[in-house]
Design a protein around this ligand. Sequence first.
Ligand code: DUC
Ligand code: ZN
Ligand code: ZN
Length: 470
Amino acid sequence: MRFDTVIRHGTVVTASDTFVSDVGIKDGRIAALAADLTDADEVIDATGLFVMPGGIDSHVHLDQPSGDGIVMADDFDSGTRSAAIGGNSTVLAFCMQEKGQSLREALKIYHAKAEGKCHVNVAFHLVITDPTPEVLGQELPALVEDGYTSLKVFMTYEGLRLRDDEILATLDTARRTGALVMVHCENEDAIRYLIGRHEEEGKFAPKFHATTRPVAAEREATHRALSLAEIVDVPIVIVHVSNREAMEEIRRARQRGQKIVGETCPQYLMLTADDLDRSEMEGAKYVCSPPPRDKASQDACWEGLEQGVFDLFSSDHCPFRFDDPEGKLNEQGKRHFRWIPNGIPGVATRLPILFSEGVMKGRIDINQFVAVTSTNHAKLYGLYPRKGTIAIGADADIALWDPNKRITLTNDILLHGADYTPYEGQELRGWPVHLLLGGETIVKDGLLTQRDGRGSYLKRKRSSLFPREA
Ligand code: DUC
Ligand code: ZN
Ligand code: ZN
């Protein structure tokens, strides 16, 4: 067979295997894995490089309305550009339902935001903020059939959070239709109580974002979400887990026999609450929810990755500019932590951080790296086996990694819309130097090669956790 492209002499890595092989690509898909493939229009020399499935980041916020006068720093153009530079070929973004809005209306808006702009492939999770009988009874089942097979619900943020009865009803629809529900676990009433106490005590600095959202508020909500899922008898994803106690809740639920997915993020491995106490309002750069905790929590999250408590390592990319009246330092935010928009950029740094700090430092092996950054995302969110692995028939979404490339992270190389990275100055070993999307090179020598977006919208199957479609 004559191939369009052959990747030669690389070390192929999947979630289960590592082997030396050439990769032959034809019509956007992997057509051969063998030695000495030579007959091709284009040959990419991967000597000394790892050949891995492109990263899939299943937790990315782009172009979401974020409150009065606040603007998210990335739209689908800049956010997916940044994703590509960081070795990702697919991102799963959120489509946020406004109260009173139908899910179809919301999707129309988000598809329009993304249309023609995406540098990598994109799919949407539906954020359910208004679970009316129509939404749960009619819209959602039809949308699951149409390929929107995952949802997110919030237990915090007034205006977004659902009450327990609403969560139960949403979980029930998920069980009947085969949708996978992601849950943001923090107890809103406890947080509001603590904010009130902080206000009485005149505590308004960014660092108090962390003390008003303590581990107990996350642990309690995690336990409650798991209990509600047990009652309904449906799998759920506990997203952005920040600490050992929430992790233990996941472990216990699994021991009871529940199917639970755990997710953690780079900020819980690399940052602590002390970062929110940096001088001159710098702490605002690190405000995200749940907040980064302490060193012991970082160690716990590493342990959770090593031991398989976490199936997913996602960025929770939720970018706001720092020095900007529409970002972190808006007029109210300068005076009170509760008006600092929650979220940090990270779609470009997720993979290099885990590669350097996890694989190169021997905390996880390279197959685990592929599992928690790509394969598991594909399986759990209905994209496998076309995405998330290197196999014959899979789409040729492939990242080539140079394990010896040393990089000092600086904001300018990340191509996102934020004016900072929380990881400025971090020294890393290993970088995704080349990225193919459907067989086409979109990153070469670490630089974007295409001006326009080549990504596609991905209609998804049901999660592997719903075996009737597995
Ligand atoms: N939850 C997220 O998942 N992302 C950003 C902010 C938040 O609270
Ligand atoms: Zn969340
Ligand atoms: Zn998020």
